[in-house]
Design a protein around this ligand. Sequence first.
Ligand SMILES: *Cc1c(COP(=O)(O)O)cnc(C)c1O
Length: 224
Amino acid sequence: MSDIKTNLAKIQATLPAHVQLIAVSKTHPIELLQEAYAAGARHFGENKVQELGEKQPLMPTDAVWHFIGHLQTNKVKYIAPYIGLVHSVDSIKLCQELNKEAKKHSRTINFLLQFHVAQEETKFGLSLDEAFEILDSPLFSQLENIRPVGVMGMASFTDDMTQVRREFRQLKQLFDELKQRYFSQNDWFKELSMGMSHDYQIAIEEGSTMVRVGSSIFGNRYYQ
Ligand SMILES: *Cc1c(COP(=O)(O)O)cnc(C)c1O
C-alpha cells in the first residue's frame, strides 16, 4: 500500500460516521490527489483559486472541492461553476459576490461562516456580532443562490491542547447560538468545520462534523 492509502485508511478508521474527512491537498501535485482519489478520497481542500483551477479539470467529476483559504471577491467567478463548499466566508460582500456568480450558473453555493477564535492576530474570521450583522441584514435575506450550512474555524497554532480544546468549544458554542437564533428550522445548517492534522481528534470530541487534514495524509508541504 502507498503511504497516502495507508494514511487515509488510518485516519478514516478513527472518524465517527458523522464526520466528513476533507483531504487538504494544497501545494501537492495532481498525482498525489489522484492517488488519494484511487484510495477512496472524494473531498479535497484547496486554498488558492489558481491552484484549484488547475487541479479541478484533471480530477474525476465526482470529486468535491472545498475552498478553505481567504477568498477574494474578484476571484469568486473562477470557482463558482463547481465549488462544493466555501469554508471561509467572512463578509457580506463575499456573500453578494458568491450569490451573483452562483446565479449565473443556475446553482446554489453552500458556504460556512468563518469565525476567529484563535489568539493569532493574522487569522481571518468573524466575531459573533459581525456574524449577526451579516445574517440580520436585509441584503443577506435576498441572496437566494447561496446557503449557509454551518461554521468554520481554526484553533491557535500551539502545543497547548487545553487552549486548542477551549477554542474548539467556543466555536461549537458559536455554532449552537447561530443554529438556535436563525436556523433551528433548517436541517442544512449542521456543519462544524474544525480540526486539522494535529488537533482533529480534539475537534471531533468537541463536536466537529468536518475535519480538514493535510499533512497527515500527504506528508509535509513544500512551498516554493
Ligand atoms: C492547510 C490547512 C489545513 C490542513 O492543515 P494540516 O495541518 O496539514 O492538516 C486545514 N485547514 C486550513 C484552513 C488550512 O489552510
